[in-house]
Every structure is written in structure tokens, then in C-alpha cells.
Design a protein around this ligand. Structure first.
Ligand SMILES: Cc1cc2nc3c(=O)[nH]c(=O)nc-3n(C[C@H](O)[C@H](O)[C@H](O)COP(=O)(O)OP(=O)(O)OC[C@H]3O[C@@H](n4cnc5c(N)ncnc54)[C@H](O)[C@@H]3O)c2cc1C
Ligand code: FES
Length: 279
């Protein structure tokens, strides 16, 4: 993105607001400036700083795939100051955006492989970006399996897309909710994501696994994958350390010598194992 001042946000109009779950919304955003729109490009896994004037900035991944041109989407949970101000915005209003920042999922290197996506709760947005990116290039990949869990049925996000993935013959979708989170009409699994994963017949050979979720889910999911003989270098995740600048200047996000904003947010399990435990 061309912008002379690297801290100056571009202005974006909120084209569409979707209520995904309690306190979780998706914004579809379009650049106001045609030149900025034309010059903008990004890769799956990258993130941006989204701002409300007078309130501040928040870091979210870009949740739509780079294969869908002309707009970007972000999905966020209302947790504090900036996300509350964003949640009060309506269609047609303007917000700030700077980015894209960070590295990316190396999906070109995954060509010809099976893909296993494992996501929990509000961590589906970075995964949604890479899932749609790969589905838009479907012939490049072999089996695609998506395992997604949330606390309750109400907390599942992208419900329409889950239905779409469920109906596709070239995708295997497994959805689950935590015990007690089901409704009488619920047809998916009941149980925590790692437990459901453990019960599945996982095929590690020629398969890449992508895991995004709360730290507790990730902690229990990695060993299941390792036990199923996935190579540590074939297991990918994204980190969500607090950030400020987004591009390696402020030193807010580092883990040891690694800047999560610049060297990440995408890491393999093999890379994470070499970092200090604080991540
Ligand atoms: C690379 C990256 C991608 C992210 N992608 C998304 C996304 O797609 N959708 C989404 O909803 N959120 C995402 N986050 C988290 C998001 O940035 C924070 O939830 C948000 O900035 C909180 O802003 P706030 O001003 O509303 O909250 P604040 O008022 O600053 O804080 C509210 C509460 O949230 C906690 N908090 C704030 N930031 C983080 C964080 N990074 N990790 C854990 N706890 C935090 C605070 O400690 C506090 O308890 C991402 C973070 C990173 C670093
Ligand atoms: S967010 Fe500033 S250095 Fe990473």
C-alpha cells in the first residue's frame, strides 16, 4: 500500500456489517481512495491496524481471502476500548486502516498436499482467509478438512459459510461445541476440539495442519497432531501478541529476539518450540 507516512491510516468505508455471534461482528471495508484501492495487495495470514479516530487502533487479521478483490473483511470481538468503538460503527461510516503487515501462510508450498484446518472460537478469522484462499484455488490441493469448535452453538461464527463448507463435496467439515453448549437441534459433535481431533483418523502423510485458537486449545492440539505423526514443521499457527506499530519499530510484540509483527504472526510448531515459553 502506498502511503507516505507509514503511521497514517487509509480511510475505509464500512460497506457491510454482519453480526456473527454475541459481541462478534464482521465488517466489509472498501478504500475511499481509488489509488490506494488499486495498489492494495496482501497475502493470507497478514493483519492490519484498524482505527477509530480519537479512540485508537486495534490489530485484526484480514479475514477475507486475497483472491476476492475490491474489499477486505475483518471479524472482531468487542473486548475493550477500540473494539467497542468499532462495534458502534454502522454501514456507511468511515474507519482507518493501515497494513498489510506480517508474514503469511506459504500456501504455494502446500500445493499437492492435504490440508487440515483446526480452529477454535473467535480464532476462525485468520483461518477463514486461508481456507477461502485455498478453496478459490481448489485444484492445487488434495483433501481439505476443517475442524471448528466453539463454546456454544451461539458462539460459532460464519454460520452461513459453515453450511456452505458442509455442503461442498470437496470439503470435510467437523463442527463441535463444548459439553453443555449444544442445543436440541445441534447435529455436530460435542466435545473440546483436541478431544474430537483425537477421535478422528488423522492422515499425517503429505498433510499440512493449520491450528488457530485460544492458547489452551493450541496447547492441547499440538500433541494430538504430533502423536498422529505430523511433522512439527508442517504444523502452522498464528500468534496474537499485543501490538502497537505492526512493523517492527516499537518493540511491543517481541518474544525473545523474534518480533511477532514482522517475523510472524504465522509460525510453525517447530519455530515456536525454539522461542522462550512466554509466547
Ligand atoms: C496479529 C493479531 C491478529 C488479531 N486478529 C484478531 C481478529 O481477527 N479478531 C479479533 O477479535 N481480535 C484479533 N486480535 C486481538 C485484538 O487485537 C484485540 O482483542 C484488540 O486489539 C483489543 O482492543 P481493545 O482496544 O478493544 O481492547 P483493550 O481495551 O486494549 O483491552 C481489552 C482486553 O483485551 C485484552 N487484549 C487486548 N489485546 C489483546 C491481545 N492481542 N491478545 C490478548 N488479549 C488482548 C486486554 O488485556 C484487556 O483485557 C488479534 C491480535 C493480533 C496481535
Ligand atoms: S508491534 Fe511494534 S515491534 Fe511489533
Amino acid at each position: 500500500m502506498r502511503n507516505d507516512n507509514i503511521y497514517k491510516p487509509c480511510l475505509m468505508r464500512i460497506e457491510k456489517v454482519t453480526d456473527e455471534a454475541p459481541d462478534v461482528k464482521t465488517f466489509r471495508l472498501k478504500f475511499i481512495d481509488d489509488v490506494q484501492a488499486r495498489n492494495f495487495d496482501f497475502k493470507a495470514g497478514q493483519f492490519g491496524e484498524y482505527s477509530v479516530m480519537g479512540e485508537g487502533e486495534s490489530t485484526f487479521c484480514i479475514a477475507s481471502p486475497p483472491t476476492r478483490k475490491g474489499y477486505i473483511e475483518c471479524t472482531f470481538r468487542k473486548t475493550g476500548r477500540v473494539t467497542s468503538a468499532l462495534a458502534n460503527k454502522e454501514e456507511g461510516e468511515i474507519i482507518g486502516f493501515r497494513g498489510p503487515y506480517g508474514n503469511r501462510f506459504p500456501i504455494e508450498e502446500w500445493k499437492g498436499k492435504n490440508l487440515l484446518f483446526v480452529a477454535g472460537g473467535i480464532a476462525l478469522p485468520p483461518m477463514r482467509c486461508v481456507i477461502w484462499n485455498c478453496l478459490d484455488l481448489r485444484e492445487d490441493y488434495k483433501d481439505i478438512t476443517i475442524v471448528y469448535g466453539a463454546k456454544t452453538v451461539d458462539d460459532l461464527i460464519y454460520k452461513n459459510e459453515l453450511e456452505e463448507w458442509n455442503e461442498r463435496p470437496d470439503v470435510t467439515l467437523v463442527t463441535t461445541v463444548d459439553p453443555g453448549g449444544e442445543t436440541p437441534a445441534w447435529k455436530g459433535q460435542i466435545g473440546f476440539v483436541p478431544t474430537i481431533l483425537e477421535k478422528m483418523e488423522l492422515k499425517a502423510e503429505n498433510t499440512i495442519a493449520v491450528v488457530c485458537g485460544p492458547p489452551i486449545m493450541i496447547k492441547f492440539t499440538f500433541p494430538v497432531l504430533v502423536k498422529a505423526e505430523f511433522k512439527e514443521a508442517d504444523i502452522f499457527t498464528t500468534l496474537e501478541n499485543r501490538m502497537k506499530c505492526g512493523f517492527g519499530k516499537c518493540g511491543r510484540c517481541n518474544v525473545g529476539s523474534v518480533y511477532v509483527c514482522k517475523d510472524g504472526p504465522v509460525f510453525t510448531y517447530a519455530q515456536l518450540k525454539k522461542l522462550p515459553a512466554e509466547y
